[in-house]
Design a protein around this ligand. Sequence first.
Ligand code: 3HC
Length: 326
Amino acid sequence: MYSQALDQRDESPRGVDDAARLARFDERVAAEDKIEPNDWMPAAYRKTLIRQISQHAHSEIIGMQPEGNWLTRAPSLRRKAVLLAKVQDEAGHGLYLYAAAETLGITREELVDQLLTGKAKYSSIFNYPTLTWADMGAIGWLVDGAAIMNQVPICRCSYGPYARAMVRICKEESFHQRQGFEIMLTLSRGTDEQKAMAQDALDRWWWPSLMMFGPHDASSVHGEQSMTWKIKRFSNDELRQKFVDATVPQADFLGLRVPDDELRYDAGSGHYVFGEPDWDEFAAVLRGEGPCNEQRMAHRRRAHDDGAWVREAAEAHAAKHKAAVA
Ligand code: 3HC
């Protein structure tokens, strides 16, 4: 599916010194230049960007489902309006990121096909169920909080369109995180039952949120190269540590307990020491064996099929317009 022509585009024309072009590319990345769509880039750089940006986009779109589940059950009109705005933002983030991926020469149809056929991944975090209203708080606070930790550095990514997309997306993620934290604060200051609901949500979302940052650096397939190319600015473990250091004090403020018996503050390093995520669970979710993988993909495939008439109508309109102006 990936158009091989693009690889040719990234190979230097015969006779041109490949090493010279690669050296020039490396110099530009080292100098903090932004690589733009029409610039020469190594084929592997293009491919890993398409991989990461498209999976990021898929995550945003699939991520609408867990929260969408609660739109009709929000406890007040205000909560419904805020959640609706957040879910709509996620759709926009997905479209933004698909557009960024398309600048690398892959079509929207190819990207969507990779998701629907299971060739492309989306974030593990969205394969967990949302069982109570408190999950809306935990997702905003923890999942969008982790997303901010991961995505703010991408605003300095070497690939221009991805970096620029992230600037706007991160501004909206901040609203997402704040509204989630406010839900958790309201519940943790509420009745005993509401506080218990908030604690239950923290218990279920804490470890999957840590897994969002990916495997340990030693097991990261792409991490080192992505750092060299300044696609990533921090490693998976560095970002996970930043997230824990920032979030544990917030849980303390909420009066909630982080579900990790090994968690302790190490004054020497200034960081929290924490336990190990369940990497077997992580691997199972990535294999499609998580609690909601099948449900999420069935929903996405049904939505794609239900939207066929819109795509057909748009294509017919475009063809008619093209014929009219030809
Ligand atoms: N879920 C699913 N797959 C994951 C994963 C996760 N949490 N963490 C890692 N993986 C996959 C990688 O995609 C890679 O598989 P692949 O070769 O088939 O793509 C493999 O596991 C090895 O991981 P690596 O560390 O080598 O992969 P990366 O260097 O790409 O790092 C990443 C993984 C940190 C997720 C990185 O891709 C990234 O920063 N992506 C951009 C941010 C993103 O996609 N966030 C997802 C959540 S979106 C979101 O939070 C929306 C918000 O509104 C809530």
